[in-house]
Design a protein around this ligand. Sequence first.
Ligand SMILES: Nc1ncnc2c1ncn2[C@@H]1O[C@H](COP(=O)(O)OP(=O)(O)OP(=O)(O)O)[C@@H](O)[C@H]1O
Ligand SMILES: [Mg+2]
Length: 196
Amino acid sequence: IERGEKVVFVGKNGEGKSTLVKCIMGETKFDGTLTLGHNVMIGYFAQNQASLLDEELTVFQTIDDVAKGDIRTKIKDILGAFMFGGENSAKKVKVLSGGERTRLAMIKLLLESVNLLILDEPTNHLDLKTKDILKTALKEFDGTLIVVSHDRDFLNGLVDKVYEFGNKRVIEHLGGIYDFLEKKRIDNLRELERNN
Ligand SMILES: Nc1ncnc2c1ncn2[C@@H]1O[C@H](COP(=O)(O)OP(=O)(O)OP(=O)(O)O)[C@@H](O)[C@H]1O
Ligand SMILES: [Mg+2]
């Protein structure tokens, strides 16, 4: 995966997408070699990321804790853009819904100065509007992106390469998600569960 590329890992449940991500993150043992590029700084959204937030902090405190330097003047704007405007930023994490938690975890990540983002199923609890906000933020991100997702519409226009996990192999497909679906003669990524 080259600098600045945006790629997706797709495949049935249990084919090893999250496991490969954990290998890249050094969270699991593996055979073989893994080479990271020079000066790569990774931001990681795990499949259970939203549950790793501190329950006792408010939304504002959660972001205030990570935002460093110039970005601090923009905390309110960023919270607003992700629909945590006004009184919502005073809510404690423990009362937030699944979607709100995901949104908050995502803001935290986008505020870190990283050049490789690895997002494992980031859209799981998100409604359409929030997915759009996230997609826009990711399109504007000028680093490298690895995303694991089954969400065709989210991936459309976002990724330019597809890695297909299945039958104990990974196959690289150049092109966007619709090129991939067309090639596989399927309509959506859930159909991978049925087709091999
Ligand atoms: N620590 C572990 N010990 C044993 N088996 C494991 C371990 N971690 C993962 N597995 C197994 O490895 C396989 C791949 O899991 P993984 O979580 O990578 O799948 P995935 O492609 O991310 O699936 P999903 O789309 O459901 O998230 C699964 O069968 C899983 O049960
Ligand atoms: Mg997974």
